[in-house]
Structures are given as C-alpha cells and as structure tokens.
Write a protein that binds this ligand. Structure first.
Ligand code: SF4
Length: 213
C-alpha cells in the first residue's frame, strides 16, 4: 500500500466508525487488565460471559486475591486455559497490592513484569486505559496487515513496528480497534468479504473474493 492508500484506508474506517471501542466489557482499568489477561486464545464473547459472573463478586486485586485459586477458577472455568490464567491473575493481583497500591501501573515495563501480561496485553492497556498510541497485534491485525499490504511482517512484533512506522499519527490512537473490527467482521480469516469491503480500492490483496451467486 502507498502512503496515500493507507490514508484512504484509515479515513474510510474512521468515517464508518469514528469512536471504535473494545468489545471486552469493563468499567475500570483493573477490569480491563483482567479481561485482556483472560482473553488469550478465547473470544471476547466468552470472556464477557465469565467476567459478568466474576466482576460483581470481585473486581479489585484485593477481592480477587481473597477468592483464592479454587474460588477464582469457579467463575472463569468456561474459558480455555482457565487454571493457568487463574494462577497468573492471582499472582498479578498480589503484585498489584504489594507494589502498586492496588492500582494498575501505566508503564510498559511495569505491566510486562506482571505474570500473564505479555507485550500484546500491555499494548492494549496502554492504548485503551492510558491513551498511548500503541499497537496490540492480535491474530486479526496480523492477518489484515499482511494480507492488505498495510504492514507486512513475519512476526507480530515486526508487524507492530511497521504499523507504528506506517500508520499516520492522527489515526494511531484508534488504529488497533479499527483493524481488529475489520478483521473480525469483514477481512475474515477463511473468506474475506472483499465484495462488500469499504477499503477494497486501497487493498493489495488479489484476486479479491467475490460474493457467491
Ligand atoms: S478487499 Fe478483501 S482482502 Fe482487502 S481488506 Fe477488504 S476484505 Fe480484506
């Protein structure tokens, strides 16, 4: 994609959805961190189902710690890898209480030091909660960036760095949500809906997929 095409790509996504938001449900930075931590290899819908049970009972580091491993597992057992996620979340809560006064820290180094929090989770929290123009490359962003020619790369980190270099600054705050939503609903993994895609004119993917008759 040329810089002009990249601009048109994001201008089009922006016009269709000026204020995109995460589909994970949360009402505080800690709830966001918890939801993202639970979302690895799980769908947002599945995570929301579990957190709707968990958050009314415990939605702070101290109250989740008080649940203990078994208590926490009982609320999130519908999510894949729930045992290790519960273990990581409890350890993260302990660190938040002991070192951060029960608050979620706002730097990458402090976030990535939390168990179960990798670069992608830190990027989501930094972007959504702290307004930093980071790019959390999930499976959708990785695919869309490569397929369209927006930011090709062999690893999520390579794609992340290329996106930060190529996406115009004015679009950076919301770019990761636009790309996730575009990948989830239009530029889907198995069969991208090129025939109804608003950004088809600036996408490198060829041949475009046609609607079935
Ligand atoms: S034209 Fe097709 S491949 Fe390109 S962004 Fe749209 S859906 Fe994806």
């Amino acid at each position: 994609m040329t810089p002009q095409q990249i601009d048109t790509f994001f201008a089009t996504l922006q016009a269709a959805n000026p204020m995109p938001a995460s589909e994970l449900e949360y009402t505080s930075v800690f709830e966001l961190l918890t939801a993202v931590l639970l979302s690895a290899q799980a769908t947002d819908v599945g995570v929301n189902k579990a957190t709707r049970r968990l958050f009314p009972v415990a939605n702070t580091p101290a109250t989740i710690l008080a649940l203990g491993q078994e208590g926490l597992e009982s609320h999130i057992r519908t999510i894949g890898l729930y045992r290790s996620k519960a273990k990581h979340l409890l350890e993260t809560c302990r660190i938040l209480v002991e070192r951060h006064g029960g608050e979620v820290p706002g730097t990458r180094a402090e976030l990535e030091a939390l168990p179960g929090v990798g670069r992608k989770t830190a990027n989501v929290v930094l972007n959504v909660a702290f307004g930093e123009p980071t790019m959390a490359v999930d499976t959708h962003i990785f695919r869309v960036s490569n397929r369209t020619g927006l930011a090709p790369g062999k690893t999520p980190l390579a794609v992340e760095l290329k996106l930060l270099e190529r996406v115009p600054e004015k679009y950076l705050p919301h770019a990761h949500h636009w790309l996730i939503l575009h990948g989830r609903y239009v530029c889907q993994a198995r069969r991208p809906k090129c025939w109804e895609c608003a950004v088809a004119s600036c996408c490198d993917f060829e041949p475009k997929v046609r609607a079935e008759r």
